[in-house]
Ligand binder design. Structure first.
Ligand code: NAD
Ligand code: GLY
Length: 364
């Protein structure tokens, strides 16, 4: 069963197609390519698995490609310059459509290259990790890293379409799958408590990639993400709630060294810490905080920060996070499961208790 949702920001509208074997549907892909030239950006590992399949579906188009090395360390302005160079060398014009075939790294780089190439060309996102399918491919955030910070150069550049073929998840390493599931839990925690219970009931099927269950999950998560970005394209308000778990999570990622923890793993712990803090502030019940922690654990994700990080180190790293404001560290907290809020006035002594809790997070 294939489904289609729309993102509609008021000035841009585009579809998200979700289903099985979408990469084998040439008519579907062709709908979103207006002229004959296509420039595919992918990475070496993903290209080996899926580039031929995509190229077969693009029969009749003039295809050029650029393959990035695999990994976050390629997410640099140099890679964007290399892509722009390859596009110029192969004679791409403003009529070219870029196709991003890959996970969040490829999607962010290719999206940014499309945003800047001759002041902007169209891009189609074909996400191949679960994280990219439910999060990064939807909403138009594109970026590369600077040596002084992650995602520090970027642009909002909405795709012409997002094509999500759930079959590609079969080749995804299990750890990457679980990291994507953390973002899925995040969607339920911030916007839909019924979705959280559905996830708990279906944890086994989801971890074993039962196709119909996975498809339904990707659809439900994309519904939440598309609703949020349709309402607030440039993160002036409600979109910031998608950062649930990120203030704690970024601190863990930064202090552990990038690459040691996957982003989704750090977000999983960050959500549990946000639930603990919400309960300490009297917003969330301890029972609901424990429920969220147990859900994170049911998906085989970490639920407490590494023991070698001290509360003081975490505090300093959080204060440096780019989401910190002059007023204080900005948290996304929970009033209830499915009801998130922004909070900038957290008393530091209560925050310290969360940071000190370790494995007893959410125990109340
Ligand atoms: P990733 O793109 O590095 O992919 C993870 C690994 O899986 C890579 O080794 C990749 O080659 C491999 N892979 C991808 N698809 C595969 C498949 N189908 N089969 C086998 N292997 C496959 O990681 P990610 O988690 O997808 O993305 C992380 C990036 O996304 C970060 O740079 C983060 O900043 C960014 N991000 C962006 C947004 C946004 O809104 N733009 C949101 C969240 C995250
Ligand atoms: N991943 C957060 C956002 O898209 O805003």
């Amino acid at each position: 069963m294939n489904s289609c949702l729309r993102v509609d920001t008021g000035h841009v509208s585009y579809p998200i197609h979700i289903g099985s074997a979408l990469l084998q549907q040439p008519q579907l892909i062709a709908t979103y390519i207006q002229h004959s030239a296509v420039f595919v950006v992918s990475n070496l590992a993903i290209a080996e698995l899926y580039l031929d399949r995509l190229k077969s579906a693009l029969d009749g188009f003039v295809i050029d490609e650029f393959l990035i090395g695999d990994g976050e360390h390629y997410k640099t302005i140099q890679t964007v310059e290399d892509i722009v160079g390859a596009m110029l060398a192969s004679g791409q014009t403003r009529e070219t459509t870029v196709i991003a075939l890959g996970g969040g790294v490829v999607g962010d780089i290719a999206g940014f290259a499309a945003a800047v190439y001759q002041r902007g060309v169209k891009v189609i996102q074909i996400p191949t990790t679960l994280l990219a399918q439910v999060d990064s491919s939807v909403g138009g955030k594109t970026a590369v890293n600077h040596t002084l910070g992650k995602n520090m150069m970027g642009a909002f550049h909405q795709p012409s379409a997002v094509l999500i073929d759930v079959d590609v998840l079969n080749s995804l390493p299990r750890r990457e799958l679980r990291a994507g599931l953390a973002e899925v839990i995040k969607h339920g925690a911030l916007a839909d408590a019924d979705y959280l219970s559905w996830l708990k009931t279906n944890a086994k099927e989801l971890l074993s990639l039962h196709k119909n269950t996975i498809t339904e999950m990707v659809l439900r998560s994309c519904e939440i993400k598309s609703r949020v970005v349709s309402e607030d394209e440039k993160e002036a308000g409600v979109r910031a709630l998608l950062n649930l778990g990120h203030t704690f999570g970024h601190a863990i990622e930064t202090l552990s060294g990038y690459g040691v923890w996957l982003h989704g793993e750090a977000v999983a712990v960050g959500m549990v810490m946000a639930a603990d803090l919400s309960a300490r502030l009297g917003k969330l019940t301890w029972e609901d905080a424990r429920y969220l922690k147990s859900l994170v654990e049911a998906f085989e994700l970490p639920s407490s920060p590494p023991g070698n990080l001290t509360p003081e180190q975490l505090l300093v790293a959080m204060a440096r996070d780019k989401k910190a404001t002059a007023k204080g560290i900005r948290f996304v907290l929970l009033n209830a499961l499915g009801d998130a809020c922004l909070e900038e006035d957290v008393p530091v002594e209560i925050l310290r208790r969360t940071l000190q809790a370790g494995e007893t997070l959410c125990c109340g």
